[in-house]
Design a protein around this ligand. Sequence first.
Ligand code: PMV
Length: 313
Amino acid sequence: METSAPAKIILFGEHAVVYGQPAIAIPVTSLRVRVNVEVQPVGAGLILYLPTVRGEGIHIPTLTAADDEISLAFAVRSALTHWGLIAPPDLALTLYSDIPQGRGLGSGAAVSAALIRALATALGREISNDTLNGLVYEVEKKHHGTPSGIDNTVIVYEQPVYFVRGEPIQPLQIKTPFTLLIGDTGYGTPTHVPVGDVRRLMETRPEKYQPIIAQIGEIAHTARDAIESGNIGILGELMNENHGLLQRLTVSSVELDVLCETALEAGAWGAKMSGGGRGGNMLALVEDSQAETVMKALTSAGAARVVKTRVRG
Ligand code: PMV
């Protein structure tokens, strides 16, 4: 049996979302983590295999807190504890992932979600998306400091969301589908680094940086109205504005800026970095007829990979 979870991208509002502003995130259903489950002989214990990440399996015989530094082990232990189980079940879980790690595509949350779903299926337990979301958020918190919760939310529910930290999720209706290109700079910086830097800027120069955060929030708000009313025409400009504000927050990078400029020169309607920044991925909004040209331009400008995704409700 197999379970899975998708990647995600943040379309608007990263960083500002940490300070209570809204953000819009979208699942990327073509990039997934899949977990295959096989029952093992009694006493075999729980083994995780990650062929796309490392060759050998991680054997989890006892599931003590000592294993928690391995985020996969912590995800497993949290789920088993939730079901009142102490001993690990006799299972082999093999993870296959299309989602690169540390590039703002939600790899960590997708792995946790697919893994816990696999355990639930193998153990015959029902798990609601609400419960799963809570468990995945705990793993995110343990390994990424103070995450806003946007990754686990969009990945677990696998639907576009308008997200405000601490508030119930608001599904986003996509009136008119649109096409995005996701361009990978080929490197990444752990999210907590730019998040920490923005926090320091906010603490030392709030009069300068608080208005930037507020403007990003305004953009996310305007973008929601545009997406829900099918006014795709203004999304490109909003993306460009959002990117400029993220540059001012110091979280973009030369490579991200080059890819965004390249996309615009090749005919994209808008472009911005996505996620924590300082590497990772950028997004370009394109008319379908332009997609090929923009993809080629991004690759020539150094993108390690370009993925095309159609955003629909
Ligand atoms: O780099 P990502 O996609 O994991 O996104 C981080 C988004 C931030 O807003 C920068 C942080 C957060 O926890 O929301």
